[in-house]
Design a protein around this ligand. Structure first.
Ligand SMILES: N[C@@H](CCC(=O)N[C@@H](CS)C(=O)NCC(=O)O)C(=O)O
Length: 339
């Protein structure tokens, strides 16, 4: 019996680990008929209910694009709002199929917590928000200041590293909830609030009584590549999520939009025919219909359309494309070849 004991334990461990392996997410999503997507608790431009109560945002669009690729229907998504603290556990435990929520791709999260990051949908960096009346012009002027920062984020460690590297005395005020940290800052409990630049822009635009009373300091003290993530050991699902995002970028690179996709499908260009599933389609390798990319472009739009609608110059956030511009226009957005 003693001899068999390690085998029995091994078998038991294998069985309890099974749901997180063997590429089962794709099957369970299909069987359920709806994608369960982990998003922000409410960050206008990235993930928040709009005026009609419908989830909208750059991260939300990735969820909808994946649903379009799987079901041909962008509406087949159930959104699960997750706080900074909850998000990684929610994905690890299988509560959500996909995490699309301002989450920085770091080595520890990617290699050390059973997760895999699939594609960066927003290149960001950490900054500081201060009240204009404070007269602070750059981050180095913050010596001696109190800084509101939320726990469970990359932000906490970056702040400590920045202070140490620059011999600054920055006093972190660590707060567990998003609302509370924003509230603490707005009520003057901290001199500055630190977070990803995009989040500061969203907080300033959506949560300040008068946005002009606040300024975002020019420095970015870290790299925050915000990316979608899935569980490790689920290769087919990982591929589907990754290539869905690349299809959004590829569509922008090739000038295909939600408005012209039907026209573009008539093109003689083999690249467009492949992308839009007219001939030599690419769906099979992902286990989906050859019209997967056509569907997501038609229903959600290309990356540039999603960017402009949610966070771009004409949106409330008014963010420049910056690093999120296509590589061919000086940015970092580059789709791996869809062929
Ligand atoms: N990108 C950073 C920060 C993202 C983040 O979660 N930021 C906080 C502070 S603004 C947040 O979104 N909190 C919302 C919540 O917990 O509901 C990370 O991945 O750790």
């Amino acid at each position: 019996m003693k001899r068999f004991f390690p085998w029995i334990v091994g078998l038991f461990l294998l069985v309890i680990n099974l749901p997180a392996q063997a590429g089962t997410t794709f099957e369970s999503v299909k069987a359920r008929g709806v994608l369960v997507c982990g998003v922000h608790t409410g960050l206008g431009g990235f993930g928040a209910p709009d005026a009609k109560g419908e989830w909208a945002g750059l991260d939300v669009d990735v969820c909808r694009a994946v649903a379009s690729a799987v079901f041909g229907d962008a509406k087949k998504v159930r959104f699960v709002p997750l706080s900074a603290q909850q998000r990684l556990t929610a994905l690890q435990s299988g509560e959500v199929d996909l995490l699309s929520r301002n989450t920085t791709w770091t080595m520890t999260r990617d290699a050390g917590s059973g997760l895999l990051f699939s594609a960066v949908n927003f290149y960001d960096g950490q900054g500081f928000l201060v009240a204009r009346k404070l007269g602070v012009k750059n981050a180095k002027d913050l010596n001696g200041a109190t800084i509101c920062v939320q726990t469970g984020t990359t932000t906490e460690l970056n702040l400590a590293d920045f202070a140490r590297a620059n011999r600054l005395d920055l006093k972190p005020v660590t707060i567990e909830s998003f609302e509370e940290s924003v509230g603490a800052f707005m009520s003057g409990r901290c001199d500055a609030l630190t977070s990803d630049g995009s989040q500061l822009a969203a907080i300033r635009a959506n949560q300040a009584a008068n946005p002009d009373d606040y300024v975002i300091l020019p420095e970015r003290i870290s790299k925050e590549p915000l990316a979608t993530a899935v569980r490790q050991g689920d290769d087919q699902w990982f591929n589907l999520v990754k290539w869905t995002f690349f299809a959004m970028v590829e569509a922008e690179e090739r000038g295909v939009t939600s408005a012209n996709v039907d026209e573009m499908a008539k093109s003689a260009d083999p690249n467009l025919q492949r992308l839009l599933g007219v001939s030599g389609g690419l769906g099979k390798s992902l286990g989906v219909d050859d019209k997967w990319a056509y569907n997501l472009i038609k229903q959600v739009g290309n990356y540039g359309e999603s960017y402009e609608r949610n966070v771009g110059k004409k949106s409330k956030l008014q963010l420049d494309r910056g690093l999120n511009e296509l590589w061919s226009k000086g940015g970092l957005m580059y789709a791996m070849p869809l062929r």
